[in-house]
Ligand binder design. Structure first.
Ligand code: SF4
Length: 97
């Protein structure tokens, strides 16, 4: 499992550091700092998930497990420009203000 911490969201409650002190420390103002690169071994997964779920501002998130050598994501299809909804054709698609 991989996680990331958005420090701009952290409100410094310190719950994460209490649940998973190996992965979260608190700076001088009490805001969380991620220890390491966010890779969580299986044996510590439960403690880190508990920190993630108990964070009152959802500052801790799981990261995609995608690796550079994984298959690329499917390509996005081109938009159908004939059916694109715009202000010019809004009467056709029923938009009302
Ligand atoms: S639990 Fe959330 S808000 Fe509290 S210190 Fe950790 S990241 Fe910040």
């Amino acid at each position: 499992m991989r996680i990331k911490l958005d420090r701009t969201l952290c409100d410094g409650f310190g719950i994460c550091a209490r649940h998973a002190p190996r992965y979260f420390s608190l700076d001088d103002w009490g805001y969380a700092v991620l220890v390491g690169d966010g890779t969580i071994p299986e044996q510590d997964r439960d403690a880190v998930l508990r920190a993630l779920m108990d964070c009152p501002v959802h500052a801790i998130m799981t990261r995609s497990e995608r690796r550079p050598d994984d298959a690329p994501p499917p390509a996005l299809s081109e938009p159908d420009l004939e059916r694109l909804k715009t202000e010019e054709n809004e009467a056709e698609w029923g938009f009302t203000r």
